[in-house]
Design a protein around this ligand. Structure first.
Ligand code: BDR
Ligand code: CA
Length: 314
């Protein structure tokens, strides 16, 4: 049976690559794509979700989500990573025949989870505002989701601690209160952070071969990823780019590729360490302990990178 997934996203070059990965796998039933601010404005993110739906004939519902964080002020779209249009500045049509569903992302999540008890995975690869709003409005969905899989955060495994600040990752620092809310709910969360996403690199040669071999997706992935690749080359000296959002899709498709650890997770919500994610693995009780009353969640600590690259290619 296919995995029923609501894909919460801010497309985004790697978001688009991850959506195509989920779609092409044949193993995911994409019940909906819910958009959120982040890599692009909410209007732009939604437009690109609709564009992907149309161009690749993805049978799914697109719903518009949050345009601002829960508490902190909204940051600017990360055009220096994803391009002015958020898709590496490839040509995009000015108008699209497709329209978003009238339901908000939050309401769509609540309704879909209630209608499919214990079957829906919330796969979130952007800021976590939509999930936070949904669980705030309808706490009953905590018992009804199958799983929550999040690309975000960094716990220091494999030397990865942050990409926006020394100790914070983009999706979490962009809306730390939403992330803390999502991680501390009584639903099963798995966090796929920089700890593993920065362990896998799609080299330019890899993308070139994908371009040559995949008739449907290869050229599109090659074109959108040139900007992303240049960003990684200029800022980090990498040949290719990290596999952020597609690693979260891989967790849904093939969790056996990952090593995990368990413990309650909190997010620092202010100060110089804002956006830092911390998983308490100590069993010891402390006199002051902001973790002790929260449920144990899962953090990915290692990945079979070659396995991931092979799976994406396939
Ligand atoms: C995350 O930030 C965004 O730029 C990517 O789409 C990914 O979700 C990585 O830190
Ligand atoms: Ca993303």
């Amino acid at each position: 049976m296919k995995n029923k997934v609501i894909f919460d996203t801010d497309p985004g070059i790697d978001d688009a690559m991850a959506i195509l990965f989920a779609h092409a796998s044949g193993k995911i039933d994409l019940l909906g794509i819910t958009t959120v601010f982040g890599n692009a404005s909410i209007e732009n993110a939604t437009r690109k979700a609709l564009y992907l739906k149309q161009r690749f004939a993805i049978a799914t519902t697109v719903c518009v989500g949050a345009d601002t964080p829960l508490v902190v002020p909204a940051g600017e779209p990360t055009t220096f990573v994803h391009g002015q249009n958020g898709l590496g500045d490839i040509d995009l049509p000015d108008t699209l025949p497709l329209k978003a569903d009238p339901r908000s992302a939050c309401d769509f999540i609540i309704e879909t989870v209630r209608n499919n008890p214990n079957e829906v995975t919330l796969l979130a690869v952007g800021r976590l505002a939509n999930l936070a709003l949904a669980i705030q409005k309808a706490p009953d969905i905590a018992d009804l989701v199958k799983a929550v899989v999040v690309m975000g955060g960094a716990f220091g495994h494999n030397g990865h601690t942050g990409n926006v600040s020394p100790y914070a990752e983009a999706n979490i620092i962009g809306d730390p209160h939403a992330a803390d809310l999502v991680f501390t709910q009584n639903w099963p969360v798995t966090v796929v952070g920089l700890d593993v996403t920065q362990q896998s690199i799609m080299s330019n040669a890899y993308v070139q071969i994908l371009k040559d071999k995949s008739e449907i997706y290869g050229d599109f992935i090659y074109q959108i990823s040139r900007f992303y690749s240049d960003f990684h080359q200029q800022s980090l000296g990498l040949d290719g780019f990290y596999v952020h959002d597609s690693s979260a899709v891989a967790y849904v498709l093939a969790p056996e590729l990952f090593k995990v650890q368990q413990g309650p997770i909190r997010v620092v919500c202010e100060g110089p360490a804002m956006g830092m994610t911390l998983c308490k693995t100590l069993e010891k009780a402390f006199p002051v302990d902001g973790w002790q009353d929260n449920p144990r969640q899962q953090v990915c600590t290692d990945i079979d990178s070659q396995g991931l690259l092979d799976l994406y290619f396939k």
